[in-house]
Design a protein around this ligand. Sequence first.
Ligand code: SAM
Length: 217
Amino acid sequence: MFNEIAHDYITQYIRALGSVRTGVMLEIEQEIAMENAGYPIIKPEVASLITVLLAMQKPENVLEIGTNVGYSAIHMAKSCAAKIKTIERNEKVAAIAINNIKKEGLQDRIFVIEGDALDILQTVQTAKYDIVFMDCAKGQYINLLENSIRILKTGGILIADNVLHDGVVAKSRYNIDRKNRTIQRRLKEFLWAITHNENLISSVIPIGDGVSISYKK
Ligand code: SAM
């Protein structure tokens, strides 16, 4: 068996090598498993990659776009000493995230900003982030890109999750459902833009649902 990005047995093997989560992160994983909901949080192999990037970058300021219930923000806060701002437009999940962050005692380092990232990014005046982690509506990545690059420090890293959208991005548009064609076109535009931007050095990695990493020169 294999999903559209990696063979299941390889993914399972890599996950078995990973660390065991505790506290709120474990609770969130268990709730998701029980509800048999999709998997709106970062996958374990993506979490490991982010841990490595944070250890290398030693960021002071991280911006996350797409908080959901706070799983990845808590993961990042536990992986480095940075201050983390995280943007969420859905009030209901933002409130759950704030509660989860408090339960972990991380309210002095993780700040949830409620609203649409498209509006909020425009209000950031300076290039002050060492890491921008994009994990929101995939169709908006291309619209968020210019401001995400602008607010990154030189030497900063833009990470984007779910950029291969279950492999759909790499298929011929005639082999995918009509409903996926817009998302495919927008993600392709995003991936083209980051790999052809003279201020970025980018790599697209087929783990999880696809992750891109871009270094700002
Ligand atoms: N990063 C989270 C984690 O791994 O724990 C998961 C984020 S989930 C995949 C995507 C979230 O982004 C959703 O909660 C959604 O409401 C939010 N979102 C989507 N588009 C957004 C936007 N333009 N501005 C702010 N939040 C957005």
